[in-house]
Design a protein around this ligand. Structure first.
Ligand code: PMV
Length: 330
């Protein structure tokens, strides 16, 4: 038996940065994101005698997985089996072979882990007995915390929950993809590989003197962000999303060792965008994850100006996405 599934990345408006349990990727706080409609990652999962994983580039050439990547995929599979056993849902193969086809161009600087682990969760979920969407989001979380949110379309909240059980934290939809047509114009100033991946980064957050204050702020920000989305209040969304993004980067920069993900180019683009939106009264906000890539989230009326601005940037790759439906089987 084999299963095919597809998924996409998401962009966080309230950022997830730190776990209360690293092994199970139980987050320290809630977060919230918008699921993108592209680029896609597709998988084919088949029953197999032993675990194997193969990965392919957008042009179809094989991409050699590092030892670390293969181990992470296998560990995810074992955790998935463990969770399905705990909830009595396991009708599951002893092992599987994976074929991962990513359409995420290397140059785009979009983390592929959210798309990869959500699409795997989707495929694994279909081997099990009647799983809820919440369960699928838990399976995704076991590979990458943010992947949990790509299981749903539209605007999605990650609920940190309490306790140390595997199912304690999950994602839930705040509004579907047709609720508010927003765009993400992605400007990638650097093609350099990240120095510290987010898995290692989460574990450093607590060394920052700003971390406790961030934890105290998040519940209120999460609430404001949900309200802004429900009311389609762009100004409110912009204020809370930018505040939270800059706060996460302040935590990163003040942790030991310091994590500096933003570049000079990132800061220049932020200044330009602030000026552009004041001058043209545009509904546009900026946000950055663990890298120098700037995501410009905007509404349809701001799209032509934001797109034109992005394409005037020298030595940058520009990528466009809108809101997507989340992971699903094919
Ligand atoms: O899912 P992870 O472990 O790759 O963490 C993602 C962390 C950020 O992208 C920086 C923030 C987020 O909420 O997506």
């Amino acid at each position: 038996m084999s299963v095919r599934a597809v998924s996409t990345p998401n962009i966080a408006l309230i950022k997830y940065w730190s776990n209360r349990n690293e092994e199970l990727r139980l987050p320290a706080a809630d977060s919230l994101s918008m699921t993108l409609d592209r680029p896609t990652v597709e998988v084919v999962v088949e029953y197999a005698e032993r675990f194997t994983a193969r990965s392919f580039e957008p042009d179809g050439t094989a991409r050699i997985l590092t030892d670390k990547e293969s181990k992470r995929l296998e560990k995810h599979f074992l955790l998935v089996k463990k969770y399905l056993d705990t909830i009595g849902a396991a009708v599951f193969p002893a092992s599987v072979s994976l074929e991962i086809r990513s359409k995420i161009p290397k140059s785009v600087g979009l983390a592929s882990s959210a798309a990869v682990f959500s699409v795997l969760a989707e495929a694994y979920g279909s081997f099990a007995k009647k799983l809820s969407r919440r369960d699928v989001s838990i399976l995704a979380r076991l590979g990458s915390g943010s992947a949990s949110r790509s299981v749903f379309g539209g605007f999605v909240a990650m609920i940190a929950g309490e306790g140390e059980t595997i199912g304690a934290s999950y994602a839930e939809q705040v509004a579907p993809e047709n609720h508010w047509k927003l765009w993400d114009i992605i400007i990638v100033p650097s093609h350099k590989e990240k120095e510290t991946g987010s898995t290692e980064g989460h574990a450093l957050a607590r060394t920052s003197p700003l971390f406790e204050a961030r934890l105290r702020e998040i519940p209120n920000r999460q609430k404001m962000c949900i309200e802004a989305i429900r009311q389609k209040d762009f100004e409110k969304l912009q204020r809370v999303a930018e505040e939270d993004c800059l706060d996460m980067h302040a935590v990163m920069a003040s942790s030991t060792p310091s994590l500096q993900y933003l570049s000079e180019e990132t800061h220049r683009i932020i200044r330009d965008v602030e000026e552009l939106r004041t001058r043209e009264h545009l509904a546009v906000l900026y946000t950055m994850d663990a890298g120098p890539t700037v995501h410009l989230i905007c509404d349809e009326s701001a799209l032509p100006s934001v797109r034109a601005y992005a394409h005037t940037q020298k030595d940058c790759t520009v990528f466009e996405a809108s809101i997507g439906r989340g992971s699903h089987t094919l």
